[in-house]
Design a binder for this molecule. Structure first.
Ligand SMILES: Nc1ncnc2c1ncn2[C@@H]1O[C@H](COP(=O)(O)OP(=O)(O)OP(=O)(O)O)[C@@H](O)[C@H]1O
Ligand SMILES: [Mg+2]
Length: 258
């Protein structure tokens, strides 16, 4: 068995938008993206706004189709999957703004058990027990399960989103700017939680951020995207490379790393 959980092979994406009166110029957003992520490891994708990071995450999640190239998850080409249901169980995502990702009228219990309700038919007692465990995993107080989502702070709401993402015990957690709307100290606490989930629960992480510090804090390997192309590949254990593209240099400078 291979130790590769996720790989992108020659992934390209060009958007072409036609309206009834005109055909717009095609826009190439990703060109020849190649990388792989091993089980239990973490990979960062860093780049400025518009670099193509979210387009890549949507392709990996199967929300968008690549124009060419392939994404393999657990050895299976995801565009050839007829039933996406089981694949979705193993790959979950957390996005930037918890307030818009969570239903403001729902309780924490309803939020974190929603994925379970889609897949399993359990008793209310069993859902509540699972929910308590998920709250603990996300380092939230299980006594708060009956609180409404809006009664949680921004950082706690993002923990709820993480708890919900963990409900189906995924192998891969994709974090697309998931820490970007949070202040520095909340970010630091969530980084600690994500390290814990990776190390103790063997969850692989794909961390997408415009802030290269976040990817450096969380990831073993980092790729830098610029205008849809990989400009740099970093390996944390090797430190910062001597040779850096101007795009990496800019990201480091904006994060005050150099
Ligand atoms: N559906 C679409 N149709 C046409 N162009 C698109 C579409 N989705 C994204 N784009 C374009 O693709 C480029 C990359 O967008 P993307 O959202 O992937 O960037 P990003 O790196 O995630 O940026 P940010 O840091 O702001 O989240 C942008 O120029 C965007 O306008
Ligand atoms: Mg984005």
């Amino acid at each position: 068995m291979t130790d590769i959980l996720l790989s992108c092979e020659h992934v390209c994406k060009t958007y072409t938008k036609e309206t009834w009166f005109s055909k717009k110029e095609p826009k190439t957003v990703l060109t020849d993206i190649n990388f792989s992520l091993k089980y239990g490891r973490s990979l960062g994708i860093a780049g400025i706004n518009g670099a193509g990071k979210s387009t890549l995450s949507k392709i990996i999640l199967g929300i968008e189709k690549p124009s060419s190239g392939s994404v393999y998850f657990q050895g299976i080409n995801i565009s050839e999957l007829r039933r996406k249901r089981d694949f979705r169980k193993n790959m979950q995502a957390v996005f930037q703004n918890p307030a818009s990702a969570l239903n403001p009228r729902w309780s924490a219990l309803k939020i974190v058990t929603e994925p379970l309700r889609n897949f399993f038919s359990l008793t209310e007692r069993e859902y509540a027990e699972k929910a308590e465990h998920l709250m603990e995993l996300a380092e939230l107080n299980p006594k708060d399960l009956h609180k409404n989502c809006m009664q949680f702070s921004g950082g706690q709401q993002q923990r709820l989103a993480i708890a919900r993402a963990l409900a189906l015990s995924p192998q891969l957690l994709i974090l697309d700017e998931a820490l970007s709307s949070l202040d520095m100290s909340t970010q630091a606490k969530l980084i600690e939680l994500l390290h814990h989930l990776k190390d103790k629960h063997s969850i692989s992480l794909l961390v997408i951020s415009h802030d290269i510090r976040v990817t450096f804090n969380l990831c073993d390997d980092i790729i830098v995207l610029n205008q849809g192309k990989i400009s740099d590949r970093l390996h944390k254990e090797q430190g910062l490379p001597e040779e850096r593209s101007p795009f990496l240099q800019k990201l480091l400078a904006s994060a005050k790393c150099v």
